[in-house]
Design a protein around this ligand. Structure first.
Ligand SMILES: C[S@@+](CC[C@H](N)C(=O)[O-])C[C@H]1O[C@@H](n2cnc3c(N)ncnc32)[C@H](O)[C@@H]1O
Length: 509
């Protein structure tokens, strides 16, 4: 018999699952949720209404475990994203050993450990890098799915689970048993596993300052924004100041936390807890205008005639100003606009910016009350205006002020990439573009800039790859963001530039 329920019950199920497990399901997953709900209601021997009420209100630990088995993704393998393990071995671990030299104690947490490969990879790494037996090292793996934890406890794995494991590590730490590979006891016994729900604020699990390193990879990508933010808050508290957090390679703390410094080494990203924790952070957002400026006639010509992209932006800005300024347009505060009012003036600044009146907009920013210098939106717009005016060192200084407030601001990193290129620091430019891409994978401009930087280095492969990515992203890039960061060029002009450059680099747009 199929349990009786309709779309409203499936919707309730979705929101209860979000509240209890933290998991987020898009509309496209409603059919899947209906199937799961149907199975769970049937096995509960109750009606759907009673099942949902119990799930909502009761402790229902067994039911949460059963749901976790149905609803979570448990994909994992040893040394997944191996660059992060290198960064931990060469940066994080030595640093934490210095910090813990007096106690000689290290604590590591694998949060969302699935069948244990991540926690055991940490155990192997620690064994290989902390050879002194006087150190007390322990690793805890936690997950809400008991079936995965049972597999973890067996410490037997298929060859597939070791597909990214260096062969010498495989030889040292595993022995074959039939088709399985069995982990050495020395690594196995340094890991403990516990069934825990990361969406619950369990006091004894999240003890303040308890951990040196937390791996929480490929977990928050499945969480609702509220649950992800709450979980990161708990992780920030449970990490010692200066402790390290590793997320999955497609996950960032952007918009979730201001409690960490972003670290970028070994071709990967990770985080280090600040010495003091901040209050919850609100994402700054630039104005949402649908206005698109007229594109200059030939962007390719402007780019060809410029040494750097930032130079191209400056030349285009000057050209647009010359074209668009008319004597009848009202000028800046000094020449007639209303006296500045604290926050709403950013709207006026943006309006002048939209009309390509960069100098007037800069004057207006300078006339804002001193408090505005602490507003991330104002700083970002100010930095954009300075970049358009070719005032690179001031733009850089403004970006750095902004990053002191909001280290994960992708726009500031992109502008810094332009500034670094302007200062002749190519590797600094690439680094900031890569940070911007990592923080916001949908951001087209740093991709485009990486492509242009590669072109100058005659690295055709990177040029084609980055420009092709930029081309894809430009088609759906937010209009207001294009306006702010497009360097005065419209969507169509930037798309045409990418297409022309890809062809010139021997590719197909
Ligand atoms: C994709 S796996 C990631 C495994 C490993 N961290 C990695 O990156 O290879 C995600 C794991 O998070 C667990 N998970 C999801 N929601 C959870 C929750 N609320 N509490 C604890 N674990 C959860 C799942 O059970 C699953 O094992």
């Amino acid at each position: 018999m199929t349990p009786e329920f309709g779309p409203d019950e499936v919707e309730s199920f979705r929101s209860i699952v979000g509240r209890r497990l933290g998991l987020d399901f898009e509309d496209t997953k409603l059919g899947f949720l209906a199937d799961v709900l149907s199975r769970r209601v049937r096995s509960s021997d109750r009606g759907c209404g009673i099942y949902l009420r119990r799930l909502e209100s009761g402790p229902a630990k067994d039911e949460i475990a059963a749901l976790a088995q149905e609803l979570t993704v448990a994909e994992t393998y040893f040394f997944r994203n191996i660059d992060q393990f290198r960064a931990l071995a060469e940066v994080g671990l030595p640093d934490r050993m210095r910090a813990q030299a007096a106690r000689r104690r290290l604590r590591l947490l694998s949060a969302g450990c699935a069948s244990g490969e991540e926690a055991y990879s940490l155990a192997i790494l620690v064994r290989e890098n902390v050879p002194d037996a006087a150190w007390d090292v322990s690793i805890l793996g936690i997950d809400v799915n008991p079936a995965m934890l049972e597999r973890a406890a067996r410490a037997r794995f298929s060859a597939w689970a070791l597909r990214e494991t260096p062969s010498e590590v495989k030889q040292r730490w595993f022995r074959s048993d039939g088709r399985d590979l069995v982990l050495d006891d020395a690594a196995r016994t340094s890991v403990k596993f516990e069934e825990r729900n990361l969406n619950e604020n369990e006091v004894e699990l999240w003890e303040p300052g308890a951990y040196d390193v937390v791996f929480c990879r490929n977990v928050i990508m499945y969480f609702t924004p509220e649950s992800a933010q709450a979980l990161i808050g708990r992780i920030a508290r449970t990490l010692a100041p200066g402790g390290y957090l590793f997320l999955g390679h497609a996950e960032t703390l952007r918009g979730l936390s201001q409690d960490f410094h972003l670290r970028h080494t070994h071709g990967t990203f990770y985080y280090q807890r600040r010495s003091r924790l901040h209050a919850p952070h609100q994402e700054p957002s630039p104005g949402r205008s649908q206005y698109a400026p007229p594109a200059p006639a030939s962007l390719t010509a402007v780019v060809e005639g410029s040494d750097t992209w930032v130079e191209a932006i400056r030349r285009a800005s000057e050209r647009i100003q010359a074209i668009t300024r008319t004597p009848s347009q009202p000028l800046s505060p000094r020449t007639g606009l209303a006296a500045p009012r604290p926050r709403s003036d950013l709207g006026q600044v943006l309006d002048l910016f939209h009309r390509e009146r960069f100098r007037d907009a800069l004057e207006l920013v300078r006339a804002l009350p001193p408090d505005s210098a602490k507003d991330p939106d104002v700083l970002l717009v100010h930095a954009v205006l300075l970049t358009h005016s070719g005032r690179i060192s001031e733009a850089e200084e403004t970006c750095r002020k902004l990053l002191e407030m909001d280290e994960l601001n992708a726009g500031a990193h992109y502008l810094l990439a332009l500034c670094r290129e302007g200062a002749g620091d190519r590797s600094g430019a690439i680094d900031h573009d890569q940070v911007a891409v990592y923080l916001d994978p949908g951001f087209a401009m740093p991709r485009l800039h990486l492509g242009l930087l590669a072109r100058k280095a005659s690295d055709r492969q990177t040029e084609r790859r980055e420009l092709s990515q930029a081309l894809l992203l430009l088609q759906r890039e937010d209009a207001s963001r294009l306006l702010l960061f497009g360097g005065g060029f419209g969507r169509e002009a930037l798309i045409a530039l990418c297409q022309a450059e890809i062809v010139a680099a021997g590719g197909n747009p």
